[in-house]
Design a protein around this ligand. Sequence first.
Ligand code: ADP
Length: 573
Amino acid sequence: MFQILTSLISLTVLTLVISLLYFYIFKKNNEKYISYWAFSWTMYTISLIFNIFLLKYSGLKLLIALKQVSDLFSSLFLLAGTYVFIDKKIPNYWIQFTLVNLIWIGLSVYYDLSFITITLLTSVFFSIIAVVTGSMLLKHWEMNILEKIIIVTIFFVWGFHKAYYQYIYPGFWNSPLGYMSEIILANILNFSILIIYLQKIRKELDESEKRFRLLAENAQDLIYLFRFKPSLIFEYVSPSSSSILGYTPNEFYDNPNFFEKLVHPDDKLLFNILKEPNASLSEPIVLRFLHKDGHYIWIEQHTTVIKDTDGSIIAIEGIIRNITDRKLVEQKMIQAEKSRQSLLANISHELRTPITSILGYVTAFIDGTISETDSKNNYLNLIYNKTLRLQHLVQDLFQLTQFESGRIAFNFSQISICELIDNIINKYKWDVKHAGINFDLENYSNNTDLDDNVIIDIERIDQVFSNLIFNAIKHTPKGGLISVSLEKKLKNNMEFVIIKIHDTGIGISRKDQKCIFNRFYRGKNANSLNLDGSGLGLTISREIIEFHKGEIWVESELEKGSAFYFTLPIFRQ
Ligand code: ADP
């Protein structure tokens, strides 16, 4: 008797420990079916406690009834957990069946019926549940044949034993063999279920790892897992590191501080946030990394922090996306917005000045401040010049906005360089002479290449000549020299004619040379001499030349003069 008691108590404690283990697993993984199974084994532990009492009060029918009820719920929870395990809802008839059992047990105790009668229906219930649970797991759980045989045998033997051993051992409340075999079978079952659970977890882990690898290996973004504990190490770096940063995953595995090495000096502070244990990393971080080629790329980094149970960060999972193209577009948009704003400011400034003067003169006419005929003529001349300037400005602006919006139409035609230059010279030589400046056409007469043709919009190229020649006239003192020369060059297998317009004027400072092609930019020289102009002529000339696939540039020295060059591609049939 003592022996039975001690073994029964130890096995009860073992069952209790196992049910607590289930609760622990449930707390960790929050899987519903584990909680059902935990309750199942708790109910089973309670049933075993009743068994212990039955050793002493073997005739107490209420104890038997309570034991049967605990067994009943233990089986129901086992079944319910198994349904959840296979992602199904437990059918209602099992609940109804349980209720019938409860009523049966209650009535049998109430009417003081025999032990056999009290336990009869629950015995049938247990055996059915054992068969159903066993077959469900068999159907839905991938096992090899040996595992199948073991699981089915355990379930069947346990179910039938539990259901019918009281009939095999009529005095079973005192039968050590009866107890022992039942508890041993129950615990074997318990362990089998744990193995089922572990297998499922392993399979899920394998599958999620496989999915992760597949995603990571094929992703265009760089995906990595960086561990802080137990030591700093890259646990995984996807192969796209080679295409994004130029470095292979192995180079990261070899050096846990690899990213730190690549980060742009100005972004170091931002990067350090990643290493802050308490930093909120819900927002992506945008910073620059050095590519193996030596250029910086913009990246956007999303990070997920992995913490252990006490809340400290053990690893971070990161996704790095190359956003260099996006950044460039953003920068261009910011630039475009800035230049739009400065254009508006410049336009209103440029227009306001002549309009204010014109208005002033006209007011003076109206209120009679200017009354003498001579002054009137002078002021009318001034108004005329200012209006002319205004007209030029509006024309230039209109043309420039058309260039910038790409809406300008070009009228191309073929012309020999010789004819082009003849036209130009005839057109402007009188203007130059009229300003008291000498004019020369270098290397023109003995240049044999002038029969070559160019395809150009003659009117627009004339506009470029006009801008450059009138600029030269404006900035060259009387008695100076303006010369035009031509040269042929080969660049990237393309033939070009280089046209040079040189003057011996005031020259342009180095600083101004960099800016004079910007719109509205007027050099210090022009401003200090109070020369007329809007700072749009060279901008428009550059647009026209670039439209002809040519280039325009300046070489100049202060007080010595300036040379403006532009190229036009030569046309060969
Ligand atoms: P604008 O002549 O209306 O001021 P441009 O765009 O034609 O505008 O020229 C921009 C600036 O370049 C001028 O303000 C002047 O400072 C400088 N520049 C252009 N051509 C010459 C030149 N031949 N000699 C000296 N400076 C020049």
